[in-house]
Design a protein around this ligand. Structure first.
Ligand code: GLU
Length: 473
């Protein structure tokens, strides 16, 4: 045995990797990296009705995209059913669990009785000490844990503190169903133990489960892992996170054009803080993260903040990184076809040339792709309404006036281009902006773009003059 930390992320593949799950994975991953340990991935696919292969694939793809890869192949909970059964049988042999032959009708009766007496429904332990020789024939029993009747179970949680559960509230839970399949509660404990998990970091909706699971560990004489139950994410209005608030799958965030490092930075700050630091690189997060610093209160999801953080990481990325991110992500972006309008080499070259001007304004890859559209537009350009209005309202006259000077330029550089436009503006009593505006409209079809001299220089002489010529008539 070593003391090496082993965490795990244990999603149920009943849907895609949602944003709360991604944060749980991130905290597990950060803690493992911070401590020099490892993070394992377990797919909790025992619910055969609701688990799908597509969801497993989406979860793994989502984790890969975020860079939260597990240190080992994913473990399928379903495939470990025989081991779960064996452990339950072992518990029966040790006297820590027993066969229960209560029928559905009996259980129903117990529930009704509890309800009438205003008690929480609880199995009454009728097979706990009964001689198995009395078992009715032809009935397949379930296996129940022989849980302590009094005292309390204490969960020492790294986030929630010491949480006490009176044992009288934790009944003899079912470990194995009558068909021999394990219950979720049992499978999780056996898997965590066998996988050598030392730290369980998960949503605080599992806190009560932690008490029940503690009883199973104790019954087997196993060490109880450290627990850290992290508060759920709420919407900006404080209500439980719904689709409207951003409770979407990770792939939806990918489609919105967030960078993994932007999304991870934002997610890390949802419920955890390091002083006043808002912007953190992955290396910094690894260096600083500790489960003890996770807040106890629920955090609120805030799209505006996510955008701002992502915008920071866009600006902090090198031009090359952003070009590669666009090329890699284009099949995931709703407007990714913009980046397929020319052959890849041309797209890369044009993006690289334009990137310094483009990246200052874009908070997401979607915005970045959108703002690069002018590079790959076919002539005659489509015009936004406001751009067309500028051209119609005297803009075309300006362009016709600028064209001779621009076409006779020896050197097509931003400086030389600016000099021509300045000269023309001065000679005609125009402010520089009044000359630049129609240029921008004619070159990009829009009223906003990077600096117009950059646009001219990135498009190059031939394409620029052709676009201007289209408007000069
Ligand atoms: N499969 C559970 C879930 O997706 C997590 C169980 C656990 O972390 O123990 O909520």
């Amino acid at each position: 045995m070593t003391d090496r930390v082993v965490t795990r992320f244990a999603p149920s593949p009943t849907g895609f990797l949602h944003i709360g799950g991604a944060r749980t994975a991130l905290f597990n991953w950060l803690y493992a990296r911070h401590t020099g340990g490892k993070m394992l991935l377990r797919i909790e696919d025992t619910d055969r009705e609701r688990s799908t292969e597509a969801a497993v694939t989406a979860i793994i793809e989502g984790l890969d995209w975020l860079g939260l890869t597990a240190d080992g192949p994913p473990v399928s909970q379903f495939e470990r059913a025989a081991r779960h059964r064996a452990v339950a049988e072992e518990m029966v042999a040790r006297g820590n669990a027993y066969y229960c032959y209560a029928s559905q009708a009996e259980l129903e009766e117990m529930r009704e009785k509890a309800k009438a007496e205003k008690r929480p429904p609880r199995y009454d332990g009728r097979w706990r000490d009964r001689d198995p020789a009395e078992a009715p024939s032809g009935v397949k029993p379930v296996v129940r844990l022989r849980a302590p009747l009094d005292g309390e179970t204490i969960v020492r949680d790294r986030v929630q503190g010491e949480v006490r559960f009176p044992n009288k509230d934790l009944d003899d839970l079912v470990l194995l169903r009558s068909d021999g399949t394990p219950t979720y509660m049992h499978a999780v404990v056996v898997d965590d133990h066998d996988m050598g998990v030392t730290h369980i970091i998960r949503g605080d909706d599992h806190l009560t489960n932690a008490a029940r699971q503690t009883l199973i560990y104790k019954a087997m004489g196993w060490d109880v892992p450290e627990m850290a139950h992290i508060p759920l994410i709420h919407g900006a209005d404080g209500a439980k996170l719904s689709k409207r608030h951003g409770a979407l799958g990770v792939e939806a965030y990918r489609a919105m054009g967030y960078l993994p490092k932007g999304l991870l930075n934002y997610l890390a700050r949802l419920g955890w803080s390091h002083g006043d630091d808002e912007i953190m690189s992955i290396e910094q997060m690894i260096g600083w993260f500790d489960v003890d610093d996770v807040n106890k209160g629920a955090s609120r999801f805030d799209f505006a903040k996510l955008e701002a953080v992502n915008g920071h990481w866009m600006r902090a990325s090198s031009d090359e990184e952003l070009v590669e991110a666009l090329m890699r992500e284009r099949d995931h972006l709703p407007n990714g076809e913009i980046l397929k309008r020319r052959d890849d080499a041309t797209v890369r070259r044009q993006l690289t040339a334009a990137m310094p001007g483009l990246k200052e304004r874009a908070k997401t890859l979607v915005e970045l792709a959108e703002s690069s559209a002018y590079l790959f537009a076919d002539r005659p350009l489509p015009f936004e309404e406001r751009a067309e209005a500028i051209l119609a309202d005297g803009g075309r006259v300006v362009i016709a006036g600028l064209l001779p000077g621009l076409s006779s330029l020896a050197e097509w550089t931003p400086e030389a281009l600016e000099a021509v436009v300045r000269e023309y503006a001065e000679a005609n009593g125009l402010k520089l902006g009044k000359a630049a505006q129609p240029l921008r409209a004619a070159l990009t079809g829009r009223t906003t773009s990077p600096g117009v001299f950059d646009v001219l220089s990135v498009l190059g002489r031939e394409e620029s003059l052709a676009r201007l010529g289209d408007q000069a008539g």
